[in-house]
Design a protein around this ligand. Structure first.
Ligand SMILES: [Zn+2]
Length: 663
């Protein structure tokens, strides 16, 4: 790659110099949403989500900033929040950086500088920064991995790298570098005490990003070391592991390069895999990518929900019978009502897929990014931007579970204004804020259109030439996307347009004429030609409402269907049913037409699907009952996008609906 690719060193994931990446990230800010779905979400993030979250985290409820002030000796009090609360504060800061990058609002920069100053004063002389360990009596650094030091450090490294790239300032980066140098001093030598600390592994992604920011190779080596060590020690508790499950739960039973099945805590697993993909991007080690290919196939082909969500169970066992929490269980074992699907895990699925897309330059990875963004990611936050889901089940039935009896608050029948375990909210909001950075990628002699949404792109190609595109569309509600070339070089280059796998029957035109390229769902359609300003590409994706069934092996959805239109998964929710109707008595009449209606004022502006349902009237409450021919009453109503459910009070909801066909 030529040295001009340095021009893209301000990307979210800066793979501009990564030798084993085919699709490079654009600089953050090169693309911005102009109107429509994502423009509105990003605006809401800046206007509502972040100010609300800032009040929580900088006040006494969230206590995130307070923890740093106490560690700095500027405030009295105890650490509040879980061990990983620092990391969640760094994610909140990262979200703010993206909004600063898009708006150049100086007050955001000033607020960030104030946080950074407090964090700097909380940092110890030798670089250590982890407020729980620092201000809690009787707790020592690197005593027990359950304190999530690696997680907090990883988010610090990522957030500080993003801060440097977007602002050009070194104040946060200097803090991160100091911490990373200390981490290197502790963890690079082969010391027995530290061998099993690689846990909730954001530090791998973070170290690679720090390597990309500073060009200091020791961070990459340390990142690799965390992978190399994993799975090479006997699985039994020692003083560093007590208090948290071991083995498959934390992906330490099998070395990564020998792994064929995604196991354990879904967030831990996917951060680990995403970090390993970052390492591969720099080293090109075949064994690593071979394993990651298998793991990605396993996750998305055998353990993922129709919404892109992952982590089927709150509690369970791996196939090696290690106890697991919040994670993967057997292939095709996909409970709906008890699905855990932590918002973070779903977002990590997109993060892992985004790295795999860059490495392989294949569109199918972007399909997963999109699936998560529009469904199991966005479901984590309410339309008002002020309440959150941690778990994202596919079915909610009132009184089916005693949520109060759960030891934590991660599962709830309605979104919550604050989650004590606050990992998901800032993770989701930073993802919304950075979404325009995922919209395009750069190929060797071209650009790839990855996400659809009205936007402007003003970037440089990898050869240094100027490229300006604009995208006009009402996606995801309409399937028409118009891309206009606004400025470009004089010689030929590629514009690769992602054709989503669901977009069967798509057609494409250039300047009003059919193009002679393959438009195949699940691939990039590549148009290579000499482009000039004013050229247009029109992609038309039929937005049929489709019924989705699961693999035969998924018992939990046999004889049921999910309704999907474009990238949006729908659900039926009790506010759209006669009062007193249980979601469990709802069937779909498979023979009636499914019609769509756009409602700009409803649920923040959504397209609904109108259906005829059949409401069963003869069920009793017995565990088993004799059945003859069931008694159904037809009922016409609407389905709403899954991401928008639970915005009309406590409700029952299901994605998969039993279907009755007239055959
Ligand atoms: Zn989370």
């Amino acid at each position: 790659m030529s040295s001009t690719s340095n021009m893209h060193s301000n990307a979210i994931t800066n793979n501009s110099q990564s030798p084993f990446v085919k699709l490079k990230s654009i600089n953050f800010g090169d693309c911005s949403w102009t109107k429509g779905f994502w423009a509105e979400k990003v605006k809401s993030a800046g206007d509502k989500m972040l100010p609300y979250m800032g009040d929580l985290l900088c006040g006494d409820i969230g206590h995130g900033l307070n923890n740093f002030k106490i560690a700095a000796g500027e405030k009295e009090g105890e650490h509040k929040g879980f061990y990983w609360h620092d990391g969640d504060f760094y994610k909140f800061m990262e979200a703010k950086m993206y909004i600063y990058g898009l708006t150049k609002n100086e007050s955001l920069l000033k607020e960030l500088d104030e946080y950074i100053a407090v964090i700097g004063r909380a940092q110890e002389e030798d670089g250590y920064i982890h407020t729980h360990v620092q201000i809690t009596d009787g707790v020592d650094r690197f005593e027990n991995r359950k304190y999530h030091e690696m997680y907090n450090f990883g988010h610090l490294f990522i957030s500080a790298s993003v801060h440097f790239r977007i602002t050009g300032q070194r104040n946060f980066l200097d803090i991160a570098v100091k911490m990373a140098n200390l981490l290197h001093a502790y963890f690079m030598p082969d010391t027995k005490h530290y061998q099993r600390f690689g846990f909730n592994q954001t530090q791998i992604m973070g170290l690679v990003e720090l390597y990309r920011t500073t060009s200091d190779k020791k961070y990459l080596k340390l990142a690799e070391k965390f992978i190399n060590r994993r799975g090479t020690f006997e699985i039994k508790h020692d003083s560093t592991t007590i208090g948290y499950p071991i083995g498959d739960m934390v992906q330490e039973r099998t070395p990564l390069r020998e792994s064929e099945e995604a196991v354990g805590h879904a967030v831990l697993a996917l951060y680990y895999y995403a970090g390993a993909a970052d390492v591969y991007a720099e080293t090109g080690e075949k064994a690593l990518i071979d394993a990651l290919d298998k793991l990605w196939e396993n996750v998305t082909g055998k353990k993922m929900y129709v919404t892109g969500a992952v982590g089927q169970a709150h509690y369970g066992a791996s196939t090696s019978l290690d106890m697991i929490e919040e994670g993967f269980i057997d292939a095709y074992m996909m409970p709906n009502m008890t699905a855990y699907n932590e918002t973070c895990a779903n977002l990590c699925n997109a993060m892992f897929s985004s790295r795999m897309m860059s490495i392989h330059a294949e569109s199918r990875y972007a399909d997963i990014i999109e699936l998560v963004l529009y469904n199991s990611g966005l479901s984590g936050i309410g339309i008002d931007g002020e309440d959150y889901f941690y778990s994202n089940p596919l079915r909610m039935v009132n009184n089916s579970r005693n949520y109060d009896s759960h030891a934590d608050v991660t599962e709830s029948p309605v979104r919550q204004p604050y989650l004590e375990c606050f990992c998901c909210p800032p993770n989701l909001v930073r993802t919304i804020c950075k979404s325009s950075g995922w919209a395009y990628n750069l190929s060797e002699n071209g650009v790839a259109v990855v996400l659809f949404g009205a936007n402007n792109l003003d970037t440089t190609m990898l050869d240094g030439s100027i490229l300006k595109l604009s995208q006009d569309t009402e996606y995801p509600w309409k399937g028409l996307v118009k891309i206009t070339v606004d400025a470009c070089k004089k010689s030929e280059f590629d514009i690769k347009v992602r054709i989503p796998k669901w977009a069967v029957g798509s057609t494409m035109e250039v300047n009003g004429e059919a193009v002679n390229v393959d438009v195949i769902p699940g691939t990039f359609a590549n148009i290579n030609r000499i482009w000039k300003a004013g050229d247009t590409i029109v992609l038309y994706m039929p937005m049929e409402v489709t019924l989705i069934e699961g693999h035969n092996r998924i018992e939990e959805v046999r004889n049921q269907v999910a309704v999907k239109r474009g990238p949006i998964v729908y659900c039926i929710e009790t506010p759209d049913l006669p009062k007193g109707t249980s979601i469990l008595d709802v069937y779909l009449n498979g023979n009636t037409p499914l019609e769509v209606l756009h409602k700009p004022e409803f649920l923040g502006g959504v397209t609904t699907v109108n259906v005829e349902l059949l409401l069963r009237k003869d069920k009793n409450g017995d565990m088993y009952q004799t059945v003859t021919k069931p008694n159904f009453e037809p009922f016409k109503t609407q389905l709403v996008p899954y991401f928008a459910w639970s915005n009309r009070g406590q409700a029952e909801m299901t994605v998969f609906i039993p279907v009755i066909w007239d055959i």
